[in-house]
Design a protein around this ligand. Structure first.
Ligand code: ADP
Ligand code: UDP
Length: 238
């Protein structure tokens, strides 16, 4: 596997072509951003921790029968993934009210959502990732109705699998964001990442925040806490 030219540099990861046209390399950097890139810091070892964490979670989801981009971990901060034609929407599932849901609807943080709720956001930093609905997605051609239904059912399947996994580590999976893409065979496949940067995790007992809210809210010990999350799932990143 040979690393070729840079395809895209995002806020937290850099994407490279490889000598295989169906594979890419994702490099997880230490850059950590919040509030649409307004707050940016480099956190020591975060790239390595998220790269290994993401590989672990994607493998766990594969074992549960969910198609993901996973291919191989090739260095501390790099993974080979299937090249996907990314759908420019974010799929968010919420088991407990937090973040933008509370700001938008005035509900109290911590309210359990039964059943869990689902939201689509457009991936567009300049527009601050606005919330969109299924009709917008079809009208603007970002995905078809079938693809929307597949993304929803996969996002809820991920919820079943990961709620149980984090529960075993005495954590509550509050909410999370997924991104999907289309592979060479036309399948909808989970791409991007699943790390504490893109979800909310609370300690079951104390409700302490164990995710990127530690960075957003300046609570400190960001990477140390991500390492603890991994350790509770049986992944030693010390
Ligand atoms: P952002 O674009 O939000 O700043 P990142 O820094 O995480 O995000 O950049 C990673 C980029 O790579 C994102 O635009 C994401 O959609 C894209 N990407 C993630 N996984 C894949 C994949 N398997 N194939 C193609 N593109 C991907
Ligand atoms: N999220 C993300 N990237 C985004 C927007 C949201 O990873 O661009 C995640 C976020 O970490 C949280 C969930 O999606 O786990 C819901 O985020 P919310 O809408 O509450 O926005 P926030 O207040 O976190 O900006």
């Amino acid at each position: 596997m040979q690393k070729k030219d840079e395809l895209y540099r995002g806020k937290a990861k850099t994407v490279f072509h490889t000598d295989d046209e169906n594979l890419l390399i994702l490099e997880f950097r230490n850059d950590t951003s919040a509030f649409d890139g307004e707050k940016i810091e480099q956190l020591d070892r975060k790239g390595e921790v998220n790269n290994k964490f993401n590989h672990f979670i994607m493998n766990h989801l594969e074992q549960a029968g969910i198609k993901t981009q996973v291919n191989a971990l090739i260095s501390d901060t790099e993974s080979v993934v299937k090249k996907l034609d990314m759908i420019p929407v974010e799929c968010v599932v919420r088991n407990v009210a937090a973040g933008s849901l509370c700001r938008r609807l005035g509900v109290e943080e911590g309210l359990t959502l039964n059943p869990p709720t689902f939201e689509f956001f457009l991936k567009n930093d300049a527009l601050h990732d606005p919330m969109i609905n299924d009709y917008h997605i079809v009208s603007f051609g970002w995905a078809t109705e079938d693809q929307i239904n597949t993304m929803k059912s996969l996002t809820f399947k991920v919820n079943e699998v990961l709620t149980a996994l984090f529960d075993q580590g005495d954590m509550i999976l509050v909410d999370y964001k997924l991104e999907f893409g289309v592979d060479v065979d036309g399948n909808i496949v989970l791409g991007d990442e699943f790390t504490p940067d893109g979800c909310r995790l609370w300690d079951k007992e104390t409700r302490n925040k164990m995710d990127k809210d530690r960075f957003r809210q300046g609570l400190g010990s960001v990477v140390e806490t991500y390492i603890e999350v991994a350790g509770r799932l049986g992944l030693d990143l010390n």
